[in-house]
Design a protein around this ligand. Structure first.
Ligand code: PGA
Length: 254
């Protein structure tokens, strides 16, 4: 049975406790849209509070350290996140790869730690505008994923999702085209089958991320092999975020 569309909000470095009312509103709306799986990744400081308020949505983190515990000032381990209520962690986001110099190998060890702590991983990938213009986007993204994804995963269908997020589409208002998304997701699907076998690889959800909003969601989520969306800016209010979830549910109705 195909999985439900997975609509995930990435709040990035946004939100104080005043945002808890948006989380509550998202949670209430998610209870009315059960055909869609809705999740939010707030900053660490709100993780536990959102978890405590949420009856329906899953709460996740935006990063984790690969180690279990120890002398790592400022870092948070996967075990700590799970303890605070996180059910998933977003890893390999381009803002971490570029802003914090995270290599594929580091991202992979973080993913292994997150899986060991019992969390799902949303593994991000995506090319820069320069790479796309040079015609090498697909090869780049597949290499990045191959090197970032753990090989031994017990139940990949339940524990892994991919987010294809072209760097040039993030926060720019310039989403990728349906054709480009369909082509890239098709190539990622082939890789997932290769890595995790036909039975599970065929159903692992591949999200699209990059300037998704309530207006373009229907079109983008309707592209081939799109199993949901990872949303930044438009996830910061319940109205726009749930507008996207609504669009995802309507596609499923067709
Ligand atoms: P955006 O961000 O929706 O603001 O483009 C997406 C992301 O970075 O996950």
């Amino acid at each position: 049975m195909p999985q439900r569309p997975y609509i995930v909000g990435n709040w990035k470095m946004n939100g104080t406790r005043a945002m808890l009312s948006e989380a509550r509103a998202i949670d209430r709306a998610a209870q009315r849209h059960m055909k869609v799986e809705v999740a939010v990744a707030p900053p660490y400081t709100l993780l536990h509070a959102v978890h405590r308020e949420a009856a329906q949505i899953a709460v996740g983190a935006q990063d984790c350290h690969p180690g279990e515990e120890g002398a790592h000032t400022g870092d948070i381990s996967a075990t700590m996140l799970a303890d605070a209520g996180a059910k998933f962690v977003i890893l390999g986001h381009s803002e971490r790869r570029m802003g914090h110099g995270e290599s594929n190998e580091l991202v992979r060890t973080k993913a292994e730690a997150a899986l060991d702590a019992g969390m799902r991983v949303i593994m991000c990938c995506g090319e820069t505008e320069e790479t796309r213009n040079s015609g090498k986007a697909t090869g780049f993204v597949l290499d990045q994923l191959r090197a970032s994804l753990p090989e031994q995963v017990e139940n990949p269908l339940e524990s892994i999702a991919i987010a294809y997020e072209p760097v040039w589409a993030i926060g720019t208002g310039k989403a990728a085209t349906v054709q480009d998304i369909g082509e890239m997701h098709g190539a990622i699907r082939t890789l997932l089958i290769d890595l995790y076998g036909e039975e599970q690889g065929i159903e692992i959800r591949i999200l699209y991320g990059g300037s998704v909003n309530p207006e373009n969601a229907r079109e983008l989520l309707g592209a081939d092999e799109v199993g949901g969306a990872l949303i930044g800016g438009a996830s910061l209010t319940a109205d726009s975020f749930m507008g996207i979830a609504l669009a995802a549910g309507e596609i499923e109705d067709n």
